[in-house]
Design a protein around this ligand. Structure first.
Ligand SMILES: C[S@@+](CC[C@H](N)C(=O)[O-])C[C@H]1O[C@@H](n2cnc3c(N)ncnc32)[C@H](O)[C@@H]1O
Length: 259
C-alpha cells in the first residue's frame, strides 16, 4: 500500500509509521478527528466520510487552507515565482534572508492581488529552512535559519504537495485551528473516531518549546480521553453496541467507534 506524504517535513510526523498505525483503524469511520494533525500525514491517509484535521498552530492550518483554496498549478506557479524573484538556491543565504525579512515585514500580507501569498511565502521559507522546520519568535517573526546545502524546493516536495493537494481538495476534509481542549466530546456520534498524536512531554520540537506542552496539557488530555471513554460507555450501555479502544503508550489513540 502506498501512502501520501505531507509536503511539510514535520517533527513527529507519522508518515513512516502509517503501515503500522493505519491497520489499527476501523474500516467504517464516519467522522475522523485528527486532534493534533501537524503535517497531516494521518488525516490525508485515512478512509472516513468526513475528516477534521485540527492543530493549534495557526500558520500551519492557514497554509493548508490556502492550498485548499487554490489550484495546484497556481500554487506551484506562485512558489516557483517566489524562488525566481529571490534567487533561492541551496546555498544562497542572502536570498533566503531577504525572503524571510520581507515575510516578517508583512510584504506578502493580505490585500495584494494574490490574497494568500503570505502562506505560500511561508511554505517556501519552510522548504529552504534548516531541516524544513518552522519557528516563530515572541514578536511573531519567522526565525528559522537557512538550511544551507541541505534544504530546498525539489521534485520530491513538488510530487508530495501535488498528491497531498489532490486529497485535501478531493475529500471532505476540514482544517481547524483550535486547542485540543475545545473538542466537543458530546457532539461525537457512533462511528466517529478520535486520533490523538500530541507533543511528547519528554522530547523537544519547535511546537512544544517554551512551555508549549507541559504537565497540565498532559493532565487535560487524559481528562479528555476519560470523557471520550465515558461517552463510549454511554453508547455501549444505551445501544448495546460493542466498542474497542486502542491505546498506545507514545502516541495515544482513542477509538470511539461502535459497530
Ligand atoms: C506530534 S505532532 C503531530 C504530527 C502528525 N500526527 C503528523 O503525522 O504529521 C503534534 C502536534 O500537536 C500540535 N499541538 C500542540 N499543542 C496543541 C494543543 N494544545 N492543541 C492542539 N494541537 C496542539 C502541535 O502544533 C503539533 O503540530
Amino acid at each position: 500500500m502506498t501512502y501520501i506524504k505531507s509536503p511539510m517535513n514535520y517533527t513527529g510526523g507519522k508518515y513512516k509509521l502509517l503501515p503500522q498505525i493505519q491497520p489499527l483503524f476501523p474500516t467504517d469511520i464516519n467522522m475522523f478527528v485528527d486532534l493534533f494533525t501537524g503535517g497531516g500525514n494521518i488525516a490525508v491517509n485515512v478512509n472516513a466520510n468526513k475528516i477534521i484535521a485540527n492543530d493549534n498552530e495557526k500558520h500551519v492550518i492557514d497554509i493548508y487552507k490556502t492550498f485548499q483554496s487554490m489550484a495546484i498549478e497556481e500554487i506551484i506557479n506562485e512558489i516557483e515565482l517566489l524562488i525566481k524573484t529571490y534567487d533561492l538556491t541551496i546555498d544562497n543565504t542572502e536570498g533566503f534572508n531577504n525572503l524571510r525579512n520581507d515575510y516578517n515585514k508583512g510584504a506578502f500580507g493580505f490585500g495584494g492581488s494574490i490574497p494568500f501569498l503570505s502562506q505560500i511565502a511561508l511554505f517556501v521559507l519552510i522548504c529552504y529552512s534548516f531541516n524544513h522546520q518552522f519557528r516563530f519568535n515572541s514578536k511573531g517573526e519567522f526565525n528559522m535559519p537557512f538550511g544551507k546545502n541541505r534544504s530546498q524546493w525539489n521534485d520530491n516536495i513538488k510530487k508530495n504537495l501535488t498528491k497531498f493537494h489532490k486529497v485535501i481538495t478531493g475529500k471532505d476534509i476540514i482544517f481547524t485551528n483550535k486547542d485540543f481542549r475545545e473538542l466537543k466530546v458530546d457532539k461525537l456520534k457512533p462511528n466517529d473516531f478520535v486520533y490523538c498524536d500530541p507533543p511528547y512531554l519528554i522530547t523537544c520540537a519547535t511546537y512544544n518549546e517554551k512551555d508549549g506542552w507541559n504537565e497540565q496539557c498532559e493532565k487535560d488530555l487524559l481528562n479528555l480521553l476519560d470523557n471520550l471513554n465515558s461517552q463510549r460507555d454511554f453508547h455501549k450501555l444505551h445501544w448495546k453496541i460493542p466498542i474497542s479502544i486502542i491505546w498506545c503508550c507514545v502516541f495515544v489513540f482513542f477509538e470511539l467507534t461502535l459497530y
